[in-house]
Design a protein around this ligand. Structure first.
Ligand code: BG6
Length: 488
């Protein structure tokens, strides 16, 4: 199509996000033949490198991060698109030189500027792009902003004002890559294409909802960013909050960006604000100390490179929210995420209520596990329903049966979240990106927690690496029969 951009500029090209996610995703798109022949990619970074150095760096970076081994013809095609641009994010001269590298307007229909950098640097890039005229032509150039968008409500609003000063909303792509994950989109189908599910999906049948995103990795080489952000800003305000909205929202009027975003915003607006005095009862944070992952010793957060001495940045956060609307009033949503947990697993666990009557005397009610629906996002995309059947034999005993469904047939290929979303940016499809009011309301939900923690600066509870967070993460629950689901 005519309006496909012909340049893709990655700011922060040597950074963690580019190396771990963007470059592998672009490589896979190349391998799948999804990148237009005319697309050139510019790697913008500070190191004093030649394009030859960059080539070597890419080879090393992709090796081990991509599916399978590096395919030489694909790699050659891929690398041929790249040029390396040495530049300083804060120096307008670097942008002037960048503008000169981009093909003239007549020969090309626009560029994508991907801000794969620390949030603290977003403002400078936006201003410098404008200073050299790269925000125009407005219809063509696009800017992709990574999360976290701002570091609280106020800074998010300021950032948005700055963006709108120089760019039209149609040019802005606020990314939350969890929305690109298959299972998250599948949740919409699961909920709204099955009459079996929807009638049960409310306060009458559901006891509570748990959303867990556990990672076994530590903070890698990102202390620079992470030590200022912490788990609440890095994961909960965006990824987990998005999962919550998709679980809780009403059916949209249509499967279109605005209609979906409207419903998501309604959910966020209905979340009961956490009062200052109630923060302790609704949220807890912790930091990992040294421990073992997969039997191998790992250092504690405080010992990671570039972490401030005595930092109280949280690497684990758990919180409880209530959504005060007709569907969900009284149903707690427990959200939890952490680094250096036993293994990588992301899932949404829906716990149903106990049956109202005790009919099976051999199996006392309290020993009957209630029904669960478990939707796994990572590492596998699957669904499990736990229901009771009769234990064979003379007694009317029950036992739990698990119905497992893997969403994928083994021969099906899916696109990874970043592959999907990068393709959307290139093709100009904004439906899986965030509208600013979603971000704004999500900050309103978490701001009281941030504010409270900001004054309690002396102490943070800890958990040894390789655990499911601190022992007292259970204190968020309302009743004794509620427990965290760690495994599928
Ligand atoms: C990013 C966070 O947004 O998501 C990282 O900044 C985190 O800290 C990552 O590791 C997890 O994403 P995924 O897709 O690898 O589970």
């Amino acid at each position: 199509a005519d309006n496909l951009p012909c340049s893709f500029v990655i700011f922060g090209a040597t950074g963690n996000l580019a190396s771990n996610k963007l470059l592998p995703a672009l490589y896979h798109l190349e391998a799948a033949g999804r990148l237009a022949e005319s697309l050139t990619i510019i790697a913008f970074a500070r190191r004093d490198w030649t394009t030859e150095n960059w080539r070597e760096h890419m080879r090393e970076t992709l090796d081990g991060k991509i599916k399978g081994s590096l395919d030489t013809p694909v790699f050659e095609r891929f690398i041929a698109r790249f040029s390396y641009h040495k530049g300083d994010l804060n120096d307008v001269a670097s942008y002037r030189a960048l503008a000169e590298r981009l093909p003239p307007e007549s020969a090309c229909s626009g560029a994508v500027f991907y801000l794969a950098i620390k949030p603290a640097e977003f403002g400078a890039v936006i201003q410098n792009l404008e200073a050299v005229g790269l925000n125009k032509p407005r219809g063509l150039h696009r800017v992709v902003i990574e999360k976290p968008f701002g570091e609280d409500l106020e800074s998010a609003q300021m950032l948005n004002r700055l963006l709108h000063q120089y760019f039209d909303e149609e040019q802005v792509y606020r990314i939350d890559h969890f929305l690109g994950k298959e299972t998250v989109q599948n949740l919409l189908v699961f909920r709204f294409a099955n009459t079996l599910i929807e009638p049960l999906w409310n306060r009458n049948f559901i006891d509570h909802v748990q959303i867990t995103v556990a990672e076994s990795i530590g903070i890698e080489d990102r202390a620079d960013y992470y030590d200022r952000a912490g788990a609440l800003r890095d994961m909960l305000q965006n990824h987990l909050m998005q999962l919550l909205t998709v679980v809780a929202m009403e059916p949209p009027a249509a499967l279109e960006a605005d209609a979906l975003q409207d419903e998501k915003v309604k959910v966020l607006r209905s979340i009961r604000p956490i009062a200052k005095r109630a923060v302790h009862a609704h949220a807890l944070r912790a930091q990992y100390t040294h421990g073992k992952i997969d039997g191998k010793p790992v250092v504690g957060y405080q010992q990671e490179e570039n972490v401030e001495p005595n930092s109280i940045t949280e690497t684990f956060v758990a919180a409880k929210f209530y959504i005060d609307n007709w569907r969900w009033r009284g149903v707690p949503f427990f959200l939890r995420t952490g680094k250096r947990m036993p293994h990588q697993t992301s899932m949404i666990a829906i716990r149903f209520r106990h049956p109202p009557q005790q009919l099976f005397r051999e199996t006392p009610l309290e020993t009957i596990d209630p029904n669960w629906i478990l939707l796994s996002i990572q590492p596998d995309e699957s669904m499990r329903m736990e229901i009771h059947v009769k234990q064979p034999g003379l007694d009317m005993d029950t036992r739990l049966m698990q119905m497992n469904a893997s969403f994928l047939k083994t021969d099906e290929q899916t696109l990874d979240a970043y592959e999907t979303l990068l393709l959307d940016v290139i093709e100009g499809d904004r439906s899986l990106f965030l509208r600013f009011d979603e971000i704004e309301w999500a900050w309103r939900v978490v701001d009281p927690i941030l504010n409270h923690w900001a004054v309690e600066r002396e102490y943070i509870p800890t958990y040894a690496a390789g655990n499911w967070g601190p022992a007292d993460a259970n204190r968020l629950f309302d009743s004794d029969d509620q427990v965290w689901r760690n495994e599928l």
